[in-house]
Design a protein around this ligand. Structure first.
Ligand code: MG
Ligand code: MG
Length: 270
């Protein structure tokens, strides 16, 4: 299937959805505390998405129950909100999404709560920076695999981390998960050419140990096979009609982070 190409007006609606997702994640970052149940975070997210005029793209997705995914420590992605209580030092990975007027946003952050192991903090920092490197590498006119190559190259330069292989980024727009699938590793110069009007969700998932994972009996939660801690960051970005990127789920459109990597963002989506 061809990759969906959006008009500027469609990207502007995607920006509204993306901003709502970004604001919801910032609210969750400010709300998360030791002693809180993960379903309390879910309730905050649900209320905020509703208040912002959006609907959840996670709730009901292949039967998923929850507005967000909350994954702790060795859980890396797809954790189901519930009665689990957040403890001091936990890594809390939150994946959130929203739909506005039929257009999707998707973004994730990992947060260290309380007194965090410095090695866990570094894991999260490496994961987040690798996401920005991936976005910076995914400019207009380059091949798709340059994104995963940049992510892998950066992660490997920072230490011995496992990069998940069964999960990756994706195209996004009128659906949450669309063509193309985006690996978080690999060689440069393969796959379709990135072009104006494309929107892509870039989401590295890494662990302090193995890249191998298994799914818990709840059929959703993805944990590392060796119980090493994991981190997950995600942003949805697009290539605007002027050929410049814009990070739809970042509050500042990715301006600050991408400037640090020598990339200027589009002015068309302000
Ligand atoms: Mg996501
Ligand atoms: Mg995603």
């Amino acid at each position: 299937m061809a990759i969906e190409i959006k008009t500027l007006d469609e990207l502007k609606v995607m920006r509204r959805a993306g901003l709502l997702v970004g604001q919801t994640l910032e609210l969750l970052r400010a709300s998360v505390k030791v002693g809180m149940r993960t379903d309390a975070l879910d309730a905050i997210a649900a209320a905020n998405i509703k208040r912002g005029g959006g609907t959840s793209n996670f709730n009901g997705y292949h039967g998923f129950r929850g507005t967000i995914c909350v994954s702790l420590n060795d859980e890396i992605v797809h954790g189901i909100p519930g009665d689990r209580v957040i403890e001091d030092g936990d890594i809390v990975s939150i994946d959130a999404g929203a739909i506005i007027d039929g257009w999707h946003g998707d973004s994730a952050i990992s947060i260290g709560v309380g007194k965090v192991d410095p090695a866990d903090q570094k894991l999260m920092d490496v994961c987040e920076e690798s996401m920005w490197r991936g976005i910076a590498a995914g400019s207009s006119g380059v091949r798709l695999s340059n994104i995963g190559h940049a992510i892998e190259e950066y992660v490997k330069s920072q230490g011995k981390y496992g990069i998940l292989r069964e999960y990756g980024g994706h195209g996004i727009g009128t659906e949450m998960h669309m063509e193309p699938h985006i690996l978080n590793f690999g060689k440069k110069g393969f796959g379709p050419e990135i072009a104006p009007g494309m929107a892509l969700a870039i989401e590295p998932m890494i662990t302090r140990g193995t890249h191998k994972t298994r799914v818990l009996k709840d059929d959703w939660t993805v944990v590392s096979m060796d119980e090493s801690h994991g981190a997950h960051f995600e942003h949805t970005y697009c290539i605007a009609p002027d050929g410049k990127p814009f990070v739809l789920t970042s509050l500042d459109g990715g301006r600050m982070q991408l400037a640090g990597l020598g990339i200027s963002v589009s002015e068309l989506l302000e």
